[in-house]
Design a protein around this ligand. Sequence first.
Ligand code: ME8
Length: 518
Amino acid sequence: MSKRFYITTAIDYVNGRPHLGHAYEKVVADVIARSHRSLGDDTFFLTGLDEHGQKVQQAAAAEGKTAAVYCEELASIWQELAQKLQLTNNDFVRTTQPRHQAAVQTILSKLHAEGHFYKEVYEGFYSAREETFLTEKDRRPDGTFDPMYGEVTRLQEQNYYFKLRDHQQWLIDHIERNPSFVVPDYRRNEVLGFLKNNVLEDLCISRPAARLNWGIPLPFDPDYVTYVWFDALSNYISVPASSGDPGVPPWLVPSNSAHAGESSLWPADIHVIGKDILKFHAVYWPIMLKAMGAELPKQLLVHGWWQKDGQRMSKSTGNVVDPVAVIDEWGVDAFRFYVLRELDIGPDGNWTDAGFRARYSAELANGLGNLVNRSLSMLKRYRDGRLLRVSAELAPDADRIVAETRARLEKNELQGALQAIWSLVTRGNQYVDHTAPFKLAKDPANAERLDEVLYNLAEVCRILAVLLWPFLPGTAVKIYAQLGLEGVPDRFADSAWGRLAPRHTIGSPEPLFPRKDP
Ligand code: ME8
């Protein structure tokens, strides 16, 4: 059985509009998916929406709508964003889809039948905002709860619980034996610290339907719906299961599903998630999968959070960065570039409009845009767009940078890969300054040298298009078209030096990143 590279993102709550943080995560996953395809891996990229639960039910009620109508309206806004970001997701899961609900019910029935759940009365505190039960341990020294929990109420109710305790040592061993299961390291240490210093509490996996009806009914007790996290985490496996994936446990594959053939998606290679949902993915999800007899995902790639001007983004402060507005004004590639270049995967980031403009102007307009535009314009002006002589003067620099970009991509170091790519932009611009083709063009005695210089510049532009494809796909395609090349630069192997043929004629140079007034 062969394995496809399978990457997912968190599925977003549809309790409002998408913001910068949601868009960032999806772009990160898209770049990794595109890189793997470019490097030759058969790749499947999944993203989608988390539509059930109290947050969504409350948001719908606040607008006087049913949850179903509310989700339907918002889902199209989120799907439009996926298109605007030029995501290459192969599927879009919504937890309200029948295929997903059926898989969740199959999982619940199986785990119930095998004795993983029990029913018990709970008495304690409850945060509706975080949909979580709280204990005395969660109180701060002054007796209050962290404001992130919103209003905390006392509650007494009967629910179903998933036994976690028996799996605690197994999970610690798994994380210790697999250093790349949680990346970066400091997030892995955080999970290990949590697991070693606390006894795992069993997980409440139900909510009484009388209190919350917007959820998947428990198949063995219609008075309850499924806890939203149990529902949501299952999306990663419900999608492969519903298409007959040979990597998922056979009991989870519906009998009427089309058989997906011999190549499997499951286990996932990378779940891209934000730091706030690490515990759900590094503790509950592996234990759910172990109980199901399914393999564990290979990696949780954990990114940090964006702030705006040093402050947490929030609707009440009115400082939420709207990715759609940025894209409409500056273009999707400028958005993708800024978030990936500014923030490495791991630490927190800070969006400032001034920082965005500075990178646009220095790195996109004056860096990449200027190199491509002046290189191709000179070729047009001095040689009517024709390459007359092949040269490999810049090949050693280009080869070194291509190798470094590849090494960075293989480690998911997207910021580092962009830095490597921009070292080729800088090298190209220096080369123009040093060789001064505009001076060479004045004396026919320099004709051969000018031909060589123009070839090196065109070839650097072509290689940049190939390297940029996962990051700035629209720009990469434009560079290819301006070079008079057909198709898309979506194969990393084409970054080898010297693919532009002698006598090739380029297309028309056009500015890639128009300069904007300050
Ligand atoms: O947590 N910066 O959904 P969600 C960076 N439905 N990332 C951010 C961010 C910010 N300011 N704000 C949110 C959920 N995110 C669940 C997930 S997965 C089975 C279920 C990230 O809409 C956040 O860390 O609250 C998470 O990875 C994603 O956006 C969705 O957040």
